[in-house]
Design a protein around this ligand. Sequence first.
Ligand SMILES: [Zn+2]
Length: 643
Amino acid sequence: MKLWFALFTVAFAADWKDQAVIHLESSPHALLKPVPVRAVTFTPGFWQSRQKVTAESSLPSLLALLEQNGYIDNFRRLKNKDLPRRGPLYTDSDVYKWMEAAAWALHTGPHPQLESRLNELIELVLSVQEPSGYLNTWHIGDREKQRFQLQETNHELYCLGHWLQAGYAVYRYNGDRRLLDAGAKFVDYLLTIGGPGKQPLLTGHPELELALAELYRITGEKKYLDFAAYLFSGVEKDRLKITPQRASYMFSGIPFTSRDKFEGHAVRALYAATGAADYWLETGDAAYKKTLDTLWRDLVSSKMFVTGGVGSRAAGETFGDAYELPNRQAYTESCAAIANWIFQQRLLAGSGNARYTAVMERALYNGINSGMSLSGNMYCYRNPLASAGEKIRNPWYNTLCCPPNLQRTFMSLGGYFYSTSKDNGLWLHFYDSHRLDWRLPSGAAIKAEMKTGMPWRGDVQYTLTPASATSMTLHLRIPEWSLQTKVSINGVPYPGKVAPNTYLALKRTWKPGDVVTMSFDMTPHRVAANPRVPETYGKVSIQRGPFLYCLEQPDVNGASVFDIFLNPGAPLNPVTRKDKFEGEITVLESRGLSLPAPATGAALYTYGQPAQPIKPLPLTLVPYYTFNNRGDAPFTVWLPQTK
Ligand SMILES: [Zn+2]
């Protein structure tokens, strides 16, 4: 009996260390099981640099701003009433998201300063939680009576969702459950006071749903998954008097399975869909799957920007109509692109279909990546596809959702690179230089090392080191942009077809030291939009590898970026440059024609044909994510082409 208990304790103790960003090991409908964040270590290359800047510059500087702006004092104030409550009512979530990002940073390597500040914050949160489990720094004092009374706007459950997610990241770092358990105590309190026949509950800003699914995965307690189902059920629609307009805007309050399109607030909608996908991964509920498929098609066929960003309208931060994808006016909040990323991650886990990974890659390298400056301390709330030079990057926003959301995404990124599957399969989703140290479903240890010029160059050398020769299937994602991919194993070319936008399954006995070499087709593409998108009709965007490109004013001599036409036949030559930004990037050099600059005072309208571009000029395109790292300059993704 004692021995059994000891074994159980060891198994449980080891479990936290092996949990991924989402812990799908026991999820019956997850075909793919993500690997833990710590299993992947980036080596010199693109993402190692982005993680370094996030951990060393972005996280410390944002924490200083959270202090300066009183967002952490909002918690201290619960013990020291003399401190003022500062910022909007949802600031708790910003602190929790910073904590989550810091915890993921610790998974990637030692960061003693971050660790000690994180521990201080954990102690602070624990010390101000009410005995019931409730904690929200806004709804205290005179506002205490408003608790759960203004659920469409008060963000109490939204903040709790982020609290739980910070708790999971800490738990998975060192096994410390205190933050997680404290969040679960709040959920238990909600279950005591709320639900059918009690206080009706609603996520005015969905987010808690996905955190509840994860709490179920960690604890095995079905009440948490049932709580998510309750929130998705719309059962409180009448008691809460949810109007159709509010149900549309919040993407909440009516049955999730009654949805047939994305609408309303983009982040709310995609967080709700992500939580619903989590629910489906646990239950296999067919009505949820049908709704998720319908929503996915709606998104990718008519509502997603070429950057992977979403949310067309500033008013309400909402989706627009189908094909309403403006360039300068695009809202495309960083959080919405991140929400798209995690939504697709769940659908990928349930299917192994590369179409979801393609969207993830598009969002990650473009619409998410743009959100944080190269220096790591300037952030985009909006990520438009063109700008006339207005200020887009800022170090701080009172509504601070995006900066720590970007940080947690970058710091947990390794956990998105791989999955395993029950065919003793190892799935590789993205390409960058890294080392893997994990195990196969059979239990056999596996190490791997990738050396690659990706995402700038298409060469990949991938060395697999299973503990001993083992039969396994390596599933390599072939990106949709690589039209001709070469794959060799130990120097022998793979004889079959290597189709873009699929996973290539290589089943064999893999031996230590086996080498897969790959060569991706890095030919730049002109990308056209569906002609029903009015803003981009007759224009093209340029993509090379996973990166979308843009034309930015500092790279245009003597013309406006909005006057320039691309020559359809002109080559797009990749050139490695070290002088444009700190570090190496690949620019694309081409030729175009410029419109004659209109004379000062020229009429707005004239009879006759529009002006024609006549002045030839060289063009240099830079990756979209680098926009406005050289000041608030005009830029554009979509370029008209000459005939
Ligand atoms: Zn945001």
